[in-house]
Design a protein around this ligand. Structure first.
Ligand code: FES
Length: 358
């Protein structure tokens, strides 16, 4: 235990501390895994499948980008994100070209509700495409590290065999236990490498061969939106009970009724005036109760870093020092943070007079 405390420190990481990049590992020709540690030695507490938002100093001004954590909280000394430089991407390209060990970045989170630990089930079906493999890799590592025999069918679609991220690590795990079944499908062959697995886009017949008992499995899906839409359409057509379907989305999340936020009884009124005092900046702004704190800050020339703008990523978390807000978030803030007085500026509406530390 003393060794663990010495290695990890006694407190989990909080996002007011920048992260230091400690390792960069190429995964495929345009994808790399970046590993970060907290300079203080703090350890990382999150659910497998959650994400962090990184503040990237790209030329022309900082941008915030959200990446799923590809490492597992069962290995809490560091966190990793695996980034693909998509054509035209700004953040991913900058990371692959410029982010090196020793550099520090501001980060926000972890946040997100896409995690199998929130939906315990005897059998899982993970379906991913491209870099959407990262959250299901985190969950698979967590299942593996838990020491219990997993029952996971892991379906992944890639353009070609060499673009299957984490292939060796997954095969290393699957070679040792029968309960982790890998099912890769690719669209094209590599010119100098034969491929004996599935070919073509995932379809109903293929799914039936890959996971004959798919109707009994809890499904977690992550990939580009058209891919997830195709998976949803396919499962609905096959009569799958969509209460057991979950998808990662950096758009507004699909919620089950049980996960829907509980609304309090204070509702913003568009005819009611409000006032926000931005204490550190010395700005007092008049607004309406239907304005968000983030919008009022921007309108007054103040910069609160933001990402998703709908309460998911946690980037816009600030501390409220007085007054009341109406906040409807999507999992981007913890109950502990709320108790400590934090709010998400993008989805908080001032009720009357409010003061914040900005
Ligand atoms: S910007 Fe993502 S939670 Fe506010």
């Amino acid at each position: 235990m003393a060794v663990l405390v010495k290695a990890f420190g006694d407190k989990p990481w909080k996002d007011d501390e920048p992260l230091e990049c400690v390792m960069v590992v190429p995964e495929t020709s345009d994808t790399a895994t970046f590993t970060f540690r907290a300079p203080s030695g703090a350890w990382f507490d999150y659910q497998p499948g959650q994400f962090v938002t990184l503040d990237l100093p790209v030329p022309g001004g900082n941008v915030q980008r959200t990446y799923t954590i590809s490492s597992s909280p069962s290995r809490p000394l560091s966190i990793s994100v695996t980034v693909k430089a998509q054509p035209g991407s700004v953040g991913g390209r900058w990371m692959i070209d410029h982010l090196r060990p020793g550099m520090r970045l501001k980060a926000f989170g972890p946040a997100g509700i896409f995690s199998f630990v929130r939906h315990e089930a005897p059998k899982y079906l993970f379906i991913s495409a491209g870099s959407g493999i990262t959250p299901v890799m985190s969950m698979t590592t967590w299942a593996w590290d838990s020491g219990e025999m997993p029952d996971i069918v892991f379906v992944h679609a890639a353009r070609s065999p060499s673009e299957i991220i984490f292939r060796q690590r997954l095969e290393g795990m699957a070679d040792r236990v029968p309960g982790l079944q890998l099912r890769f499908t690719v669209e094209d062959s590599d010119p100098f490498r034969t491929w004996h697995g599935y070919r073509g886009r995932l379809n109903q017949i293929m799914l039936g061969l890959m996971a004959p008992d798919y109707l009994e499995r809890e499904v977690f899906c992550c990939g580009p939106e058209p891919f997830m839409q195709a998976v949803r359409d396919m499962l609905i057509a096959l009569g799958f009970d969509m209460d057991h379907y979950h998808q990662e989305s950096f758009g507004a999340p699909i919620r089950t009724e049980a996960e829907a936020p509980v609304l309090d009884d204070v509702v913003p009124d568009e005819d009611s005036a409000a006032q926000i005092t931005f204490e550190s900046s010395g700005v007092v702004a008049k607004c309406n109760e239907t304005d968000t704190v983030l919008a009022v800050a921007k309108a007054n020339g103040l910069n609160i870093p933001s990402g998703c703008t709908f309460g998911l990523c946690g980037t816009c978390k600030i501390r409220k020092t007085a007054g009341e807000v109406h906040m409807v978030h999507n999992g981007g803030i913890t109950d502990e943070d709320i108790e400590e007085g934090y709010i998400l500026a993008c989805c908080s509406h001032p009720i009357g007079a409010v003061s914040v530390e900005v």
